[in-house]
Write a protein that binds this ligand. Sequence first.
Ligand code: XMP
Length: 516
Amino acid sequence: AVLVVDFGAQYAQLIARRVREARVYSEIVPSTMPVAEMLAKNPKAIILSGGPSSVYAEGAPSVDRALFEAGVPVFGMCYGFQLMATALGGTVDNTGSREYGRTALHVSQADSTLFGGTPDEQQVWMSHGDACSAAPEGFTVTASTDVVPVAAFENDEKKLFGVQHHPEVMHSTHGQQVLEHFLYRGAGIEPTWTTGNVIEEQVAAIRERVGSSRAICGLSGGVDSAVAAALVQKAIGSQLTCVYVDHGLMRKGETEQVEKDFVAATGVQLKVVDAQERFLAALAGVSDPEQKRKIIGREFIRVFEQAQAEIIAEAEPGEPVEFLVQGTLYPDVVESGGGSGTANIKSHHNVGGLPEDLEFSLIEPLRQLFKDEVRMVGQELGLPDEIVHRQPFPGPGLGIRIVGDITRERLDLLREADAIAREELTAAGLDRDIWQCPVVLLADVRSVGVQGDGRTYGHPIVLRPVSSEDAMTADWTRMPYDVLAKISTRITNEVPDVNRVVLDVTSKPPGTIEWE
Ligand code: XMP
């Protein structure tokens, strides 16, 4: 693997993704991992990510010089670049000025390993305070900006490279090429990693782990759990039973879709559990988002345990149900604070929300994949497009789209509004242009309206259409006004107690995609 050392910025994930787009397998490791441990993983190359700190700040994460002396190719970006510069004897000035956003990069070595074949002038994305004024000995300076004299340096002999900008973000127009140049030319790695390999590897590993035992899998109707289930089914066939928990937080028609489409596509054994009462009771009066997530996660597991007991009771003697399959993705793992120094932003119900007394061993075959990779795996497994290209829907469902506490009435309201929005988006042919469009009920907010001749005092519905590549970052979708108008008119006309529809025009960051 190529290791991406995470210096505390969410950029590390994006870098890992870009490396995989270059068909090279990558993994993120925290910057606190000792260099010996990193090297023990036999990495093909190491990338040092950006980070929020100044290398001169007290307690700023650093890296042992040994990392640069092991003969492993290293590419430093932004903060990683400055660390490299200081560790190897270059000069980084604490300038006090900042360079932020789109910047023109002047390439001074047209045939360099990193930049050869890219334009002499290119747009890059910068975000830094300190600036490198002298490269370490033995390095060639290959680019600069109007502000920074040393914006890139390279040492082909030692296979050490660095750039001040962020090649991983879209705004760096030749970033992907620069990254690939490092991987292929600088580190000599062959681009051979594919999702096909993932399936083979996972199928073999799951077979071996499960043996003659049985597994159950929670199915939500979403892409992740569907692909995880299909993958495990390929490995162990009828030893898998899927459990679909109807927690009452699903959207309109969702249960029927799982029962029909998914079973038809995979032939999987499915058990449907109606747990609506139970979830509503556990969530009664709870309005804190983290609380909701924890409760939903906990109840999920409890319901599985019950299903497990039932499946055991029905199974032949000597067939233990030991495993629980979950569609946990790589971003879930990283965002829940697992495996790196990044902040805990939300507890995803299938990671941070797990109770401590969990009685299953987990199988998480998608744990190392990003969403688009999961879709590719699903496609390769032969799942239908309607499932593979479904817009994401969070495990806690409509429960985290009601701001305020959850009641059956509020759920019904939101379900109606959501169904209208989805219907109109589909009718307008916008499904694939929009990453997802959460519809949120502000149950704790009321506003005055007028309908017919009367005053109303109802709740607002928020439309949150976003465009994204991987849900790590997102922008609000500039969707046609006439479609918005239609959704708004229909929701206020058809959904009782809703007298206002508002559009969320916040990107991520600073907003997250969901409201809770
Ligand atoms: P945020 O709101 O963090 O969401 O920007 C990023 C993506 O993750 C989905 N999401 C979840 N998915 N369990 C899930 O399976 C969860 O607890 C959860 N929370 C958010 C969200 O819909 C978006 O696609």
